[in-house]
Design a protein around this ligand. Structure first.
Ligand SMILES: Cc1cc2nc3c(=O)[nH]c(=O)nc-3n(C[C@H](O)[C@H](O)[C@H](O)COP(=O)(O)OP(=O)(O)OC[C@H]3O[C@@H](n4cnc5c(N)ncnc54)[C@H](O)[C@@H]3O)c2cc1C
Length: 328
């Protein structure tokens, strides 16, 4: 059983100015802060709405070696039923200045940013329509859809690392498909505070049309139950795609085999453990049908992954991040 950080946290909280102490809460259930609606309590929790206070708390946590994570809207995570030891900061700082160079807080909603860019007649974010979550969470997982990826827009990023605020270029993030260094390196925690994104002037009617098409596809394909979006990453492998009978031609030509395609072929749709199910609408969505535990979600994902491994020899890797004390 992992040891609690509560004594350390309480000592740290006492060292903070009073105006910050009152904003920190103990034992806050994480299922209230994740779209999968699972997860036990964070030992200590702060809802950040003020950018300068956020920077102050993160710097202090890093200086005092307090285990901490920044969370956006919790739309890409599965939090352990025993919760998260240490400090969880939910980032709701959401200011934005729109222009061809757009500066935005990491806690700003990604899809709301698209809507603001539409009103400003700026193109580049159409793919983000309907993606839940914050700009910070999108940067960490290099979110994308329908051919767009956030990494292609990034000019610079504001970050606090080792107690120091700095502005870095996109190379610092080491972006790749649905990945960045912040997903890989838990030993070097860094908190994203904001970003500047490069957008271009465009035709409002065209931007609206593209986004409407994308939103319509999402509505038709995706389930409505609580989920964390696509559970597994797609496979980018031209040879595998070529060898795959029945793979739609547009995927074959791009050398992409979607996890949904493989999971569907392995009969995963409708599989169920406890309150967790693989959606019948979309085989790459693990959904909470009501009362699911994080353990149900993970067991079901493991079962589906094992089916794909057994049939195709492919080890799917999770797009969803497991937070808390999972065995590996
Ligand atoms: C219905 C649905 C559809 C989706 N569709 C898509 C899609 O089309 N494409 C896609 O790419 N994703 C999709 N997702 C997944 C998810 O919405 C995105 O990955 C989103 O960008 C995550 O943002 P978030 O704020 O919710 O991140 P969270 O889930 O809160 O966090 C994800 C990770 O990032 C870290 N993090 C968050 N903010 C910061 C920060 N400021 N600094 C440092 N670390 C931080 C967290 O600690 C965590 O490890 C979908 C999800 C759902 C539920």
């Amino acid at each position: 059983m992992a040891t609690t950080h509560l004594p350390l946290l309480k000592q740290w909280i006492r060292s903070l100015p009073e105006r910050i102490q009152s904003d920190l809460k103990l034992n806050v259930p994480m299922y209230l802060h994740t779209t999968l609606r699972v997860g036990g309590p964070a030992e200590c929790f702060h809802r950040a709405t003020d950018r300068s206070k956020l920077v102050e708390i993160v710097k202090s946590a890093q200086d005092h070696e307090i285990p901490h994570i920044l969370l956006g809207d919790g739309s890409n995570v599965c939090v352990h039923d025993s919760g998260i030891r240490g400090l969880v900061i939910r980032n709701s700082c959401a200011s934005a200045e729109l222009g061809e160079t757009t500066r935005v807080d990491a806690g700003h909603s990604l899809s709301q940013l698209f809507l603001k860019s539409l009103h400003a007649g700026l193109t580049g974010l159409e793919w983000a329509v309907g993606i839940p979550g914050t700009v910070g969470g999108a940067l960490v997982s290099n979110a994308g859809a329908y051919g767009g990826n956030i990494c292609d827009l990034v000019e610079s990023i504001e970050v606090v690392e080792k107690g120091v605020f700095k502005i870095v270029g996109p190379d610092w993030m080491e972006f790749s498909y649905r990945d960045s260094r912040l997903r890989r390196d838990a030993t070097r925690p860094a908190c994203l505070i904001g970003a500047t994104l490069k957008l271009s002037s465009g035709c409002r009617a065209e931007i609206r049309r593209t986004a409407r098409d994308i939103q319509m596809q999402r509505i038709l394909k995706q389930p409505w139950e609580p989920s964390a979006g696509s559970f597994f990453k797609n496979i980018h492998d031209k040879q595998f795609a070529n060898e795959m009978p029945d793979l739609p031609a547009n995927l074959k030509s791009r050398g992409v085999v979607t996890s949904a395609f493989l999971l569907d072929r392995c009969g995963c749709k409708g599989l169920r453990i406890g309150g967790a199910a693989i959606s019948r609408r979309h085989a790459n969505f693990v959904v909470n049908c009501g009362g699911a535990t994080a353990a149900d979600i993970r067991s079901l994902a493991s079962q589906a992954r094992a089916r794909v491994q057994a049939r195709y020899g492919i080890d799917l890797s999770e797009e969803v991040l497991y937070l808390g004390d999972w065995p590996d």
